[in-house]
Design a protein around this ligand. Structure first.
Ligand code: GLN
Length: 189
């Protein structure tokens, strides 16, 4: 399977490594032409405002929406989650978004860089054992629409992994761990 990784900015190399490890063929996506023939796409963590700006400059916004509309799976981690959301409560006035997932997100809700944290999550879709999740200036999901399934949440109930049909988003970074289960879950999608 050929899986694209949006390679404009952020932690795309780590996703590529994990994909290769589980037997997929990772493809760096920088231009609309790179989307041809992909079976799915990952949007990495990084800085959502920068990813949006560069995506707009290279004419990727509509082609990325088209990929999602075609039913192929899209997965956003962290900044990728923000970029995929329909609503960003504290986005920049001109922040470019794909506007795909029926969720409302607050960027940097957990605080600044020093407030990054790790948590062990029970994720029924992945089974045992718990998943060690790394949060880096993570976005907070404040509302999920009726069609959105919550796959994982923090102890206080905050959703941190959500799925809406072919769309998947995680506030944390599975590509920064050795745990392949989230990438395998995405391959099954
Ligand atoms: N807070 C960042 C943003 O607004 C996301 C951080 C990350 O992707 N690790 O894009």
């Amino acid at each position: 399977m050929k899986i694209g990784v949006l390679a404009l900015q952020g932690a795309f190399i780590e996703h590529k490594k994990m994909l290769a490890r589980i037997g997929a063929e990772p493809v760096e996506v920088r231009l609309p032409a790179h989307l041809e023939g992909l079976d799915g796409l990952i949007i990495p963590g990084g800085e959502s405002t920068t990813i949006g700006k560069v995506a707009e400059r290279w004419g990727l916004i509509e082609p990325l929406r088209g990929l999602a509309r075609s039913g192929r799976p899209l997965w956003g981690t962290c900044a990728g989650m923000i970029f995929m959301a329909q609503t960003v409560l504290d986005g920049l006035p001109d922040q470019q978004m794909l506007g795909l997932m029926d969720v409302a997100i607050r960027r940097n809700a957990f605080g600044r860089q020093v407030d990054s944290f790790e948590a062990d999550l029970a994720i029924p879709a992945l089974g045992e054992p718990v998943f060690h999740a790394i949060f880096i200036r993570a976005p907070q999901v404040e509302r999920v629409g009726a069609g959105v399934e919550v796959l994982a949440q923090l102890d206080d109930g905050t959703p941190v992994a959500v799925r809406q049909g072919n769309l998947l988003a995680t506030a944390f970074h599975p590509e920064l761990t050795e745990d392949e289960r989230f990438h395998r879950y995405f391959m099954r999608m």
